[in-house]
Design a binder for this molecule. Sequence first.
Ligand code: SF4
Length: 344
Amino acid sequence: MEDSQRTILSVKDLRVSMDTYDGELQAVRGVSFEIKEGEALVIVGESGCGKSVTAQSILRLNPEPPARIKSGEISLDGIDIIQADEKKMQQIRGSLAGMIFQDPMTSLNPTMTVGRQIGETLEIHQKVKKHGRLQMAVDLLSAVRIPGAAERVKQYPGAFSGGMRQRALIAAAIACKPKLLIADEPTTALDVTIQAQIIDLLRSIQKSNGMSILLITHDLAVAASIAQRIAVMYAGKIVEIGSAREIFHHPKHPYTWGLMNSIPSPDQDQNSELQTIGGTPPRLVNPSPGCGFAPRCPYAMRICLETEPEQQEVAGDHQCACWLLHPGAPKVERAAKEGILIAG
Ligand code: SF4
């Protein structure tokens, strides 16, 4: 991605907390990243790492309370999202940025036809008249590769399979040609074949519309199939970020190594066990000082438990926060696992 390309989304030092009965849960702890025009950035990490809270903050979709944006900046196409009121956010959602969610089975209203649901976005944001809306909904369903779109547009979601519902949701999300599409675990509820079709569809829309994509996933293999850049999140922070090529060929963070080693190889024996990362993510109420990954990290040193590592430049735009990058740290290499394919 060239530096001269315009930045669509800029997030700087974002901190989001949730007020819980246990105290303040620090879900997002100083996250910064940018997405350029036409670029796909994937945030990858285990559940509870703060990736969905980060994504939903961009459209202010986290319920406030209990969520609170404590500090930081979010600029979407030059608009200050943190200062925007609800009226402004309603204009932005669906027009400047579309969003699709994990569960296509519950994200559509079962009592409205699919065409009417797609048409609603066009009516709200582009004031398209009824007949025009129907035709545009048919065109959108065709664009997301739903066969027999002219008939399908009149049907209710109950007549759609899971994969077709996700396509219909993508059609609604791109109806007003948003500059950014946020996709939060869009393939998790789908089987592997449909997953691949949805990712392929997102890639082709990204190419034809010049749209930027922010995709959230726990699955590094999904990230590999679409990302130009990858941000690895752990315990509310980005611990490693860089081009997909850099992250897959020269990963530096032990957590990224763990995620990569847990991707099954194409030639892996079906009966052999997958490698997993031992332990569980930390609770983010009163998080411990030091590196959040230390209790699970086989390379943890004393300093890791005491002082948080800063982001360091590894190469170009590849950055990583780990004490192993310190010149005085022991040299540790990851045993590379073969067979991971990276998107174009
Ligand atoms: Fe492991 Fe220390 Fe690096 Fe954290 S900073 S990932 S504990 S080596």
